[in-house]
Design a protein around this ligand. Sequence first.
Ligand SMILES: Cc1cc2nc3c(=O)[nH]c(=O)nc-3n(C[C@H](O)[C@H](O)[C@H](O)COP(=O)(O)OP(=O)(O)OC[C@H]3O[C@@H](n4cnc5c(N)ncnc54)[C@H](O)[C@@H]3O)c2cc1C
Length: 508
Amino acid sequence: MTDTTAYDYVIVGGGTAGSVIAHRLTADPGVTVAVIEGGPSDVDRPDVLTLRRWMGLLGGDLDYDYPTTEQPRGNSHIRHSRARVLGGCSSHNTLISFKPLPSDWDEWEEAGAEGWNAAAMDPYYDKLLNNIVPVDEKDRNAIARDFVDAAESALGVPRVEGFNKKPFHEGVGFFDLAYHPEDNKRSSASVAYLHPVMDERPNLHLMLETWAYRLEFDGTRATGVHVRTKDGAERLVSARREVLVCAGAVDTPRLLLHSGIGPRADLEKLGIPVVHDLPGVGENLLDHPESVIVWETNGPIPDNSAMDSDAGLFVRRDPGSRGPDLMFHFYQIPFTDNPERLGYERPAYGVSMTPNIPKPRSRGRLYLTSADPEVKPALDFRYFTDEDDYDGRTLVDGIRIAREIAGTEPLAGWLKREVCPGPEVTGDEELSEYARKVAHTVYHPAGTCRMGAADDERAVVGPDLRIRGLDGIRIADASVFPTMPAVNPMIGVLMVGEKAAELLGGGA
Ligand SMILES: Cc1cc2nc3c(=O)[nH]c(=O)nc-3n(C[C@H](O)[C@H](O)[C@H](O)COP(=O)(O)OP(=O)(O)OC[C@H]3O[C@@H](n4cnc5c(N)ncnc54)[C@H](O)[C@@H]3O)c2cc1C
């Protein structure tokens, strides 16, 4: 028997964007909001709340853990971590915090997202409640400091103290992080937006460990969400005003497709009744792929850190590029998970640089393989398939640049040998082969329900985040990104949440 309860707004996903919207809407005590969240609470969970423990969450009980399809030019073994816990991926990511660059937002507007240009979006950064601060002095490891010095002198890029202070094309330095340095506690979306209000606001209803498996429609109007609770009970949670889908770049298109919203032929092939033919759902799957180069160090390195990858580098190889076209995270650990599959060993002590592609050109696709909502969707990123091999070539350049930095003091003095790919691997072809086979993800899937202009038939939402052709339903999460920001996307997602709340009249 289906039990029904009604709220003004029903938010699917208490993750990064969903937490922001829930906070803003419930600031009005007259508005009721239900948040349907697949995972448990993060309150009193040091395993979640301690930033430096992030790696321990990958692949575990709090991870939906999505595989990729066969990647002929990439690494078919990549697992895409997606958090199953309040706060979503902001509760198990590394909380590196970059305001998207002005060129990133302007590119969105050029792609049809009217009103999402840099000048219009800037104020939403100032609204964010997260504690965004530079990596604390006590967390700045000696080898990471020497990486910054070496990159500055090897490449002549400026040293940046506070990447969010002004737009940049190039630079090296310690990141800004959303954390509380005194106890290494996350300042995730849930910590910043939900913890302070969740026991105070009777109009905020958190439905934890509850899975949304289908959207309910009356004609073209969304009226609610079918959910299954932890104990297997099924309910229809009704929305008097609107449904907000904030389940992330994988689970938002997944839910839409299971609800009959997507490319007609694909849905019919699986026997899913078509509610609304929307060809763009699941298309435009974006990510930031990265490769890795690992060195053994002469011995142990100091242990202090915020989260083991506290500094990074942006390079602009093409002066015509609107922003950086190569980015590196510096890890003060040997990150050999992928190279080990090719036979490389993991040194006892080591460091890594992970070149990644800020503006990748390959485009993938998410699709269903079964009408059973329990079956995970297929993620085909089509890594390194762009026509000119821009993506593959970028990683090759990245390995060469990483070697230049490693050969420069004061970093050079720490390093005993290059473990992988190894100094003997030097040619374009062999570097490309290595870089692609050990490629990993920076865990930034986006774009699968992209925003676009009203007359763009491949767009899934309009600039007001409403799903094209439907009423009473919007999407707000990483899936609406028309293009990938050059920087790590979480702050962009939080700003999407803030703008969505304002569009709904909940700007408080
Ligand atoms: C390991 C890792 C490291 C990262 N590091 C960084 C970083 O340092 N900096 C950065 O900028 N970005 C980083 N990212 C990316 C960033 O965290 C994400 O882009 C962003 O958090 C996505 O936000 P979202 O709101 O789209 O989705 P999410 O935050 O994933 O929220 C989706 C929520 O919906 C829930 N949900 C999904 N489906 C359902 C359903 N059917 N029913 C009920 N609930 C559902 C999920 O449990 C989740 O809570 C990282 C990501 C990962 C995984």
